[in-house]
Design a protein around this ligand. Sequence first.
Ligand code: FAD
Length: 301
Amino acid sequence: MMLKDIFMSLSQNQFLNSTAKKYGLKMGAQSVVAGTNIEEAIKSIKDLNANGISCTVDNLGEFVFKEEEAAAAREQILKVIEAIHSNNADAHISLKPTQLGLDIDYSLCLNNVREIVDKANQYNMFVNIDMEDFKHLQPTLDLLDDLSLEYDNVGTVIQAYFHNAMDYLEKYKNYRIRLVKGAYKEPAEIAYQDKKDIDANYIKLIEWHLLNGKFTSIATHDHRIINHVKEFVKRNNIPNDKFEFQMLYGFRKELQLKLAKEGYNFCTYVPFGNDWYGYFMRRLAERPQNLNLVAKQVFNK
Ligand code: FAD
């Protein structure tokens, strides 16, 4: 618990975040971040595609409080869409609303995300709006509501640690939804704190959405949950084209390949870019064993 809190607060440190940008991928981040530029990311995506794995691409970026930075992120994501299309890669986009200006102004953010969704739509490409902390939850759902008046290539994430996650899921059942346990530190009044409770709610949401929803992305590295899902879909005759498994780039690589080989749709979340620090610290907070990544890097010098 202590380590989790330390890494969580390190992930929110703006000074370290901006310092890290200057030095390229360090501390083992290179094994979980697919490069610092689009060319490197496309190469990683094509390698995964060659193994039957599709990708969702995240142009890393945090602490955006200036309009120009949000516009630069938008332009970069538009370039990623072009690169996916021109390289004929099997990939779509994941984006974070705060990177596109949600902390500056809702309409500014909506316009930035709309441009991205519009461009992706021209190539029949899906855009997932990642879910950040509770403060941003309602405005993120507002973005989805506003965008789906014009587009159907957009969906979002529901976090199982929230007590009322099922209410959100019921409301958004006709969307392509990524289900996760939840990565941020949230207060006990609104979110389960105990791993057992989070896991139980997670399974409940997955089963419900598999039976009632449009398309379910089950994003977890937890083999127990994955095995449970495999049995559940078999028992309920849920076809493979109704769901996919997702994991983060660089984690449990053998399991990723195994699931793809077994014929399940599999999608790897591919983060790339200079702004890797906060993402990397959150992965360490989630699972301090990920410190192995850092240790290997230090001792392999
Ligand atoms: P955990 O609960 O961390 O682990 C459960 C068990 O799985 C462990 O005890 C261990 O036995 C096994 N395990 C886990 N990791 C490993 C490993 N690396 N190697 C070996 N065994 C392992 N969160 C958000 O809040 N918003 C988002 O938009 C979001 N998007 C995500 C997208 C993807 C593709 C993924 C995979 C996660 C995303 N998350 C997101 C993070 C998510 O909420 C969890 O914080 C994160 O996935 C950790 O939980 P877990 O389900 O993977 O397993």
